[in-house]
Design a protein around this ligand. Structure first.
Ligand code: PLP
Length: 351
């Protein structure tokens, strides 16, 4: 049966790169490293990754929705879900507020909102979601009026990967957000929430940071996708490997064809084996227009099927992927997409 391994030493190593970087850019403050475990922990498996995060002293995590949050809430001090409405109140599961109508939706869902923990998302220029800076007061007053707990204020810098001024402009806008919230906290008398705005690339390219926490996703899994050259990024180590097992082996003669449509025709007499990973498991489908090599250098012979692929050779077990960045390059996408496609039904093992 196909399986995925997660290297716990590489994970530890990646966390320590982030922690060391934060110590270097702000020696006076212990900036918390929070793990982003959304989308089945970037396809790595929510169960194994939440366990590894916990063992590595991660206290706060971020996921996509309430269902993911509920599965792991017992392992962390705080779990924030980015999207959707909470169906019930919970001590340490926090909703993200993206706009004023979220309050109405939450009230409809849970009734009395008192005691609910929320983080308020502020738009600093990506224009994807979050409230506008000028509306901070209105939202915070509503939070206070309803006895909601304001746990955090966050933004998302959309230019971490790009060279250019926008990155710094968004950093400055978040500084303005922090300043305004501090004034409001004095005026209205509420405790300061935690502030956070940086993902992996933003954190590692920053040479100063005064936030309380950073939200690290892709770097914990061993990748970074920025145009900007970042020295520490070169030392990140991918933690996931995907393996497949042999289903059958055949000796094929010159001119014989393999698989759907017979796209691959044998040029020589060779041994061909079929393995139990296909596009149904989240691997990209090869149709004959691109070439993808396995880590051992063998080509995956097109076309791939839903549940299997073929290649030359006959080893019992074969590594299908150890570098999602290579696969991403072949398919003109990002390691994020390659990884999150991996089926949650493939067994995960920590090694
Ligand atoms: C996914 C996500 C992150 C993590 O981004 P990485 O690039 O994987 O570090 C951080 N913040 C928000 C709001 C996100 O959606």
């Amino acid at each position: 049966m196909a399986y995925i391994t997660i290297n716990h030493n590489h994970f530890k190593h990646n966390i320590s790169i982030i922690r060391q970087h934060l110590k270097k850019i702000n020696p006076n403050k212990e900036i918390e490293v929070a793990a982003v475990l959304k989308d089945n922990a970037y396809g790595h498996g929510l169960e194994v990754m939440s366990n590894l995060a916990m063992e590595n002293n991660i206290k706060s995590v971020f996921v996509k929705n309430y269902n993911e949050a509920l599965k792991i809430a017992h392992k962390f001090d705080s779990v924030t879900f980015f999207y959707g409405i909470a169906p019930e109140k919970s001590n340490n599961i926090y909703s993200t507020i993206h706009g004023f109508d979220d309050f109405e939706k939450i009230e409809k869902s849970i009734g009395d909102m008192s005691g609910l923990g929320v983080e308020l998302k502020v738009n600093v220029g990506m224009n994807r979601n979050g409230i506008e800076i000028k509306d901070l007061r209105k939202h915070i007053e509503t939070i206070l009026k309803n006895d909601i707990r304001l746990v955090g204020i966050l933004s998302h810098n959309g230019y971490g990967d790009e060279i250019g001024d926008e990155f710094n402009i968004e950093i400055e806008r978040f500084e303005e957000v922090k300043y305004k919230v501090k004034l409001l906290s004095n005026e209205l008398g509420f405790p300061l929430p935690r502030f956070h705005s940086l993902n992996s690339s933003c954190t590692l390219r920053s040479n100063k940071c005064d936030d309380d926490l950073v939200r690290i996703g892709i770097a914990l899994y061993g990748y970074l996708t920025n145009e900007v050259q970042i020295e520490s990024a070169k030392h990140l180590k991918p933690i996931l490997k995907l393996y497949a097992n042999r289903i059958s082996t055949k000796l094929l003669d010159v001119g014989e064809k393999i698989g759907y449509g017979g796209i691959t025709t044998m040029k020589n007499k060779r041994v061909v084996s079929t393995y139990d990973i296909g596009y149904g498991d989240g691997m990209y489908r090869l149709n004959g227009n691109r070439q993808l090599l396995l880590p051992n250098g063998e080509e995956i012979l097109p076309r791939t099927s839903m549940d299997c692929f073929s290649c030359y050779g006959d080893t019992d077990e074969i590594c299908v992927m150890e570098d999602a960045a290579y696969v991403a390059k072949v398919f003109d996408t990002l390691p994020y997409e390659v990884l999150t496609r991996l089926s949650p039904f493939i067994p995960r093992k920590i090694v």
